[in-house]
Design a protein around this ligand. Structure first.
Ligand code: HEC
Ligand code: HEC
Length: 164
């Protein structure tokens, strides 16, 4: 599988803007692959690699990435923004779906230590209602947020060390 070229040999991506897959809940990865294959979620880099996956391939890939240990990556996190983001994550119930350590569950992704650029891109897309949201809950969750809130949250999340 050519997935490693972009997402890292151990599922921890190092390219800026590229999401890590290590330690993602099985359901989450499986659903995202289905969305890419169906064309509901589109990305010029990613979509071709999901186009020909069978259901069994997707189940195997999702199970594989869930077993890999997630690692944080060196990122330029702003401490003041991160502190504000921590308060916002509690006040906006991010932690009730994504769990208090932001390790994710079921169809809800792990966020802790994810790439800063990627987090900003996705949060802005949910806010603009252009992200291919699985069930609409994420789009709803970000509507009250300002651009400054989104930046604060992304800095908090990116700097949070992933727990196993
Ligand atoms: C050419 C680079 C490239 C390759 C190869 C690639 N991907 Fe991706 N993948 C991406 C990009 C870029 C994104 C983010 C797309 C976006 O911003 O919506 C992504 C997103 C994903 C996501 C969603 C992650 C998240 O946190 O939402 C999953 C799951 C995924 N890829 C799995 C795979 C698998 C499995 C393979 C191999 C079969 C693979 N990718 C191959 C570039 C790639
Ligand atoms: C009601 C449950 C719920 C709440 C509350 C919630 N999320 Fe989510 N979040 C989800 C689900 C489900 C997804 C996957 C959606 C999809 O398929 O695109 C997601 C996806 C994301 C993603 C994309 C990650 C990736 O790897 O693709 C980010 C970033 C994110 N949430 C951040 C947040 C933040 C920040 C908050 C608080 C403002 C929040 N979420 C509140 C359920 C929730």
């Amino acid at each position: 599988m050519p997935c490693a070229a972009c997402h890292g040999p151990d599922g921890n991506a190092t390219l800026p803007g590229m999401p890590s897959l290590a330690g993602q809940p099985v359901f989450f990865t499986h659903w995202q692959l289905i969305k890419f294959r169906d064309g509901r979620r589109k990305d010029p880099g990613m979509s071709p690699f999901a186009a020909n996956l069978s259901d069994a391939d997707m189940a195997d890939l999702a199970a594989y990435y869930a077993t890999l240990p997630p690692r944080g990556r060196p990122q330029a996190v702003d401490a003041t923004k991160a502190a504000a983001g921590q308060r916002l994550a509690a006040a906006n119930y991010c932690t009730s779906c994504h769990r208090p350590d932001l390790s994710g569950q079921q169809q809800v992704p792990r966020l802790a230590g994810q790439d800063l650029e990627y987090l900003l891109r996705l949060l802005r897309a949910y806010k603009a209602q252009t992200a291919a949201d699985l069930d609409g809950t994420m789009t709803m969750a970000v509507q009250p947020l300002s651009e400054a809130d989104i930046e604060n949250l992304a800095h908090y999340i990116a700097g949070l060390a992933p727990t196993p």
